[in-house]
Write a protein that binds this ligand. Structure first.
Ligand code: PLP
Ligand code: TYF
Length: 409
């Protein structure tokens, strides 16, 4: 029956894992997929999650279907986490929110909603580069994909954000365009606008009457005071600032990376609406989109997140655990940088230390990436992105030595 089905290409990110698995070398390293690993290279289940599991187990809860929009205790807690305690749209009951199948599912619902109801052009502007899956998600939902630049490739002069280019492209987009913004820890570059730059972007987006579509997929994983004191305001800065400035944003949230709940597939999507009545209409259409897609979301991950966010001791513990992940990533950034410099590796490597989040955008060229796989059994995506969390005390030197060799040619 399927003689006419052509073979498709593997996913550029998940395909890296397939190649890694096929490699027999004991030294092999998988720097492809963005999933946190502990100091021994093993997946990390957060102790706060295990405690929440215990609490839930003891409750012997049933496994009935959730409503179409998910567990309301969870969506309330998720909204509070992103928008803050005293957010007007929450106080005024004008935030439409639904649970989603992690961040990907949130993006899929959000783009489907826009394709159906956005009053302007059915196009979405994605940053270049961006998370690869953004493109097919938007297309499958029926949006046309356009681009704005956040980084000029191979331009050694501009290791950081190409803010002027970004603004110029956003300005050039027709009035009322949909612009996707990574809320923090941009994937794959690890480069975010500064708070001042976000403020400028807010003004520009308002002038152009653009629509802000925020994707908040991962924490910054950098040790700043906020997290240590039990506050996530830095991660949420852009989202909260835009909302304060009156942007009626859409926000996709994922609990995969910040709680290590990758496989639980728990996320949320929310729409800041003009008033209660508009919220009710948006809520009704979200249900109409979700019902034929998957009917209602899975229950367990949402219960875990709700238990952690709404149990003060667990919440505090979670923040400490995120800081632990952040600190380990930062120490790997430092080790990698120092070793590359020590080995006199040609090029500037300071960006490895300044980038934010789980990834580093190394600047390695596709041929160098291929060489790393062939000669050293080291696997990463061809855009030169590495998951810093896959590095540890046992492999960071080998990685640095291999990179140094690949760069020297
Ligand atoms: N958006 C971005 C920018 C991401 O990097 C990711 C995951 O890596 C996601 C969304 C979605 O991830 P998930 O569906 O696992 O929550
Ligand atoms: O590493 C990344 O950027 C992501 C990771 O269902 C990922 O692509 C893997 C599987 C998945 C969602 C995200």
């Amino acid at each position: 029956a399927w003689a006419n089905v052509p073979a498709g290409p593997p996913d550029p990110i998940l395909g890296v894992t397939e190649k890694f698995k096929a490699d027999q070398s004991p030294k092999k390293i998988n720097l492809g997929v963005g999933a946190y690993r502990d100091g021994k290279g093993k997946p990390y289940v957060l102790p706060s999650v295990l405690k929440a599991e215990e609490i839930l187990y003891k409750k012997m809860l049933d496994k009935e279907y959730l409503p179409i929009t998910g567990l309301s205790d969870f969506t309330k807690a998720a909204a509070k986490l992103a928008y803050g305690e005293n957010s007007k749209p929450l106080d005024e009951n004008r935030l439409a929110i639904t649970q989603s199948i992690s961040g990907t599912g949130a993006l899929r619902i959000g783009t489907a909603f826009l394709a159906r109801f956005y009053p302007g052009a059915k196009a979405i502007y994605l940053p270049t580069p961006t998370w690869g899956n953004h493109i097919p998600i938007a297309k499958d939902s029926g949006l046309e994909v356009k681009q704005y630049k956040v980084k000029r490739y191979f331009d050694k002069e501009t290791v950081g954000l190409d803010f002027e280019g970004m603004k110029a492209d956003i300005k050039a987009a027709p009035e009322g365009s949909i612009i996707l913004l990574h809320a923090c820890a941009h994937n794959p570059t690890g480069i975010d606008p500064t708070e001042e730059q976000w403020k400028e972007l807010s003004v520009l987006m308002k002038e152009k009457k653009h629509f802000s579509f925020f994707d908040m997929a991962s924490p910054r994983f950098c040790a700043y005071q906020g997290f240590a004191s039990g506050d996530i305001v830095k991660d949420a800065f852009a989202v909260r600032y835009f909302v304060e400035q009156g942007h009626q944003i859409l926000l996709c949230q994922s609990f995969a990376k910040n709680l290590g709940l990758y496989g639980e597939r728990v996320g949320a999507i929310s729409f800041v609406c003009a008033d209660k009545e508009e919220k009710a209409r948006v809520d009704s259409q979200l249900k109409i989109i979700i019902r034929p897609l998957y009917s209602n979301p899975p229950i367990h991950g949402a219960r875990l997140v709700h238990t952690i966010l709404d149990t003060p001791e667990l919440y505090k513990e979670w923040l400490v655990e995120v800081k632990g992940m952040a600190d380990r990533i930062i120490s790997m950034r430092e080790k990698l940088y120092n070793k590359l410099v020590e080995l006199k590796t040609p090029g500037e490597w300071g960006h490895i230390k300044s980038q934010i989040g789980m990834f580093s955008f190394t600047g390695l060229k596709p041929e160098q990436v291929d060489k790393l796989a062939e000669k050293s059994s080291i696997y990463l995506t061809r855009d030169g992105r590495i998951s810093m969390a896959a590095l540890n005390e046992s492999n960071v030197e080998y990685f640095a030595e291999s990179v140094s060799k690949a760069v020297k040619g």
